[in-house]
Design a protein around this ligand. Structure first.
Ligand code: SF4
Length: 349
């Protein structure tokens, strides 16, 4: 075995965390954990994993569940396309007659990319395929001093080749787990503890004082600002929600009636919009109860600037097409984006 891998395994034996998806070879559990952890820290993902597996203990139970149930179990995790893809892929797996056991068949599942397919294939079936995620890129680009940006096709390919060359085919699962754990705990993005590192004697980045520069990236992702004005229209018993269906953020989640503009709306600006004029005409008597402005919510490529204005309706709530009237005691059945959930928690603690 390569000296680097031997050192990596020795480090892993002494440092690996005891996580529930590590002690199983069940591809279903591994798949769920990998999808949850794609954009989520382990500390947060752990509870979601346990709850998700309790609610959907088998692929079949996930495939048979209504999509709203799946979205509700995902509420708060963000990147909701992951939940939709999981649901779709569960149906694919059932149609295949069981969980696929080859890399290509796993890779064909909706929402499963190269990394996730390699992770499932190696962890569940010991298929010798290197799984290369952000942690792995960071580790090998530093150890081998790869200056090529890891978000370029060439840079990524260089890392994949290094990772695959080092992989001991008899220990694919342990090797992939170990590199990722090493990147998560030891070779961390900022200020890693290099003097205590088992690779310190041969790490190119450490020797050359380039740890802060690597891995190199070619460009920063452009961040878009959006301005959302929400209307909290309610009686003492119920409120109005709307299901997002367009190919945009939070698809299939529920939110309050929304007006979106290229800048934030003050109450005066809101009252002058045609959308508000429609609500005004539609609502029976109501009391404007004020609002909250300047709520900032950060997503991966977007910064949302939200305002919430409250209207207490006297009489029955109207229910225009595309909206639902939700009694407060049934609100828990609806998957809400975190931004809306936080506002509602403040309103009805
Ligand atoms: S020496 Fe530092 S930069 Fe190099 S692999 Fe170890 S922790 Fe990472």
């Amino acid at each position: 075995m390569d000296e680097i891998v031997a050192r990596l395994f020795a480090w892993y034996d002494g440092h690996c965390r005891d996580l529930p998806w590590r002690s199983t070879r069940d591809p279903y559990y591994i798949w769920i954990s990998e999808i949850i952890l794609q954009q989520t820290r382990v500390a947060q993902g752990y509870d979601y994993f346990v709850r998700f597996i309790e609610r959907f203990p088998t692929v079949k139970s996930l495939a048979d569940a209504p999509e709203d149930d799946v979205m509700r179990m995902w509420q708060g995790l963000g990147y909701y396309s992951r939940a939709r893809n999981l649901h779709h892929a569960a149906k694919q797996i059932v149609a295949m007659g069981g969980f696929p056991d080859t890399y290509d068949a796993i890779r064909s599942l909706k929402g499963v990319g190269d990394y996730t397919a390699a992770a499932i294939a190696s962890f569940a079936f010991d298929i010798p395929k290197a799984a290369v995620d952000g942690n792995v890129c960071r580790v090998w680009s530093r150890v081998f001093g790869i200056s090529e940006p890891i978000d370029s096709a060439r840079g990524k390919q260089m890392i994949i080749e290094i990772a695959q060359t080092l992989l001991p085919s008899a220990h694919a699962a342990k090797y992939n787990q170990a590199v990722m754990e090493f990147g998560a705990l030891q070779c961390v993005p900022r200020n890693p503890d290099c003097p205590s590192c088992p690779f310190a004697h041969k790490c190119v980045a450490f020797a050359g004082g380039r740890v802060g520069e690597l891995p190199a990236k070619s460009h920063k992702t452009k961040v878009e600002s959006r301005y959302l004005t929400y209307l909290y229209i309610h009686t003492h018993e119920a409120l109005l929600l709307h299901k997002r269906t367009a190919g945009d953020i939070w698809q299939n989640l529920y939110e309050l009636p929304l007006i979106e503009r290229s800048a934030a709306l003050s109450p005066e600006a809101l009252f002058a919009t045609p959308e508000f004029a429609e609500w005004h005409a539609l609502l029976p008597r109501y009391i404007y109860k004020g609002g909250i402005e300047g709520v900032k919510h950060v997503l991966s490529h977007r910064v949302l600037h939200a305002s919430f204005y409250e209207f207490e309706v006297q009489g029955a709530l109207p229910c225009p097409e595309g909206f639902v009237v939700v009694p407060y005691n049934e609100l828990g059945r609806y998957a809400l984006p975190r931004l809306i959930e936080r506002y509602m928690q403040a309103k009805i603690p």
